[in-house]
Ligand binder design. Structure first.
Ligand SMILES: C[C@@]1(CC(=O)O)c2cc3[nH]c(cc4nc(cc5[nH]c(cc(n2)[C@H]1CCC(=O)O)[C@@](C)(CC(=O)O)[C@@H]5CCC(=O)O)C(CC(=O)O)=C4CCC(=O)O)c(CCC(=O)O)c3CC(=O)O
Ligand SMILES: NC(=O)C1=CN([C@@H]2O[C@H](COP(=O)(O)OP(=O)(O)OC[C@H]3O[C@@H](n4cnc5c(N)ncnc54)[C@H](O)[C@@H]3O)[C@@H](O)[C@H]2O)C=CC1
Length: 215
């Protein structure tokens, strides 16, 4: 069994090449779009949704079959055509060029797999079964979706703003560490759920930092 390394990859503006333009390619492309990748799709046909994305310039469409050399210069490659032999050829080429490649028809032929993803603003949860059961990954993601409500979005925005402020102001690592730990222990999430949370203005932030700098 492969043990995959989970990482969060910055893909903004990076050329990501997808071979195939059907339902599976569409799912991978929606994830790439969320990450701001520069998407190039190589496929003689596109699904209606992908056609619309090509028309509004959200992706670049090369209307043809895969050809040798197509993966050159890519940051990531997705082999998602309905031709398993072509997908294997894409994988071989990408691997030779040391480009990470995902193979929709045969997970093991690729070097990375796509987890089920749920987002709540800055929160990302990715679920993988290491390829054992993609439908189970989707189900588990569904369970987590029920557990992790929309309140996480404003909560993480709050944490982000506060951490940014603390890191900007506090040069002492010890004080910073103390503040950041106390910040994580605050029950803001519950206040947001109850609807009693009021956005902290500059004075509230100043006062909280002053009150919590010492042990
Ligand atoms: C290994 C992996 C490689 C990769 O694609 O990256 C892979 C491979 C394969 N999937 C297959 C089938 C299905 N895949 C789905 C759905 C999803 N598949 C996804 C990921 C992955 N699929 C990677 C492993 C993820 C993990 O670690 O668990 C998800 C999570 C993410 C995404 O695709 O974006 C997304 C859910 C998104 C969501 O809803 O959240 C459904 C359900 C459906 O369509 O509703 C079915 C039909 C039911 C079934 O078969 O279980 C087949 C057989 C093809 C054939 O028939 O031959 C293969 C090939 C093989 O097994 O080698
Ligand atoms: N990993 C996953 O999550 C899943 C993977 N699959 C696998 O993925 C494959 C694709 O599934 P779908 O998108 O549903 O199929 P689809 O038939 O909807 O789309 C296939 C696409 O590949 C294109 N294509 C065919 N030959 C090509 C070539 N030589 N070069 C470039 N493009 C080419 C077609 O024009 C079409 O756009 C399936 O054959 C299956 O093996 C299926 C379900 C889920």
């Amino acid at each position: 069994m492969s043990r995959y390394l989970p990482i969060m990859l910055e893909c903004a503006g990076q050329p990501c090449i997808v071979i195939g333009g059907g339902a599976v390619a569409e799912r991978k492309i929606m994830g790439l779009l969320e990450a701001g990748a520069a998407i190039i799709v190589i496929s003689p046909e596109l699904s209606p949704r992908l056609t619309a994305l090509a028309q509004n310039q959200s992706l670049k469409w090369l209307k043809r079959l895969f050809a040798p050399g197509d993966t050159r210069g890519a940051f990531l490659v997705y082999a998602a055509s309905s031709d398993a032999a072509v997908n294997m050829e894409v994988a071989r080429e990408a691997r030779k060029l040391n480009i990470p490649v995902n193979v929709a028809s045969e997970a093991e032929a690729g070097s990375f797999i796509t987890p089920g993803v749920l987002r709540r603003g800055r929160l990302t949860v990715a679920v993988s079964t290491s390829g054992a059961g993609p439908a189970a990954a989707a189900q588990i993601k569904g369970l987590l979706e029920e557990m992790l409500g929309g309140e996480y979005e404003p909560y993480l925005d709050f944490l982000y703003d506060m951490r940014t402020e603390i890191k900007r102001r506090e040069s002492s690592a010890a004080v910073r560490g103390r503040l950041l730990r106390k910040l994580a222990a605050l029950d803001v999430l519950d206040e947001i759920r109850q609807g009693t949370f009021k956005k902290w203005g500059p004075e509230v932030i100043d006062a909280w930092i002053a009150d919590n700098r010492e042990e």
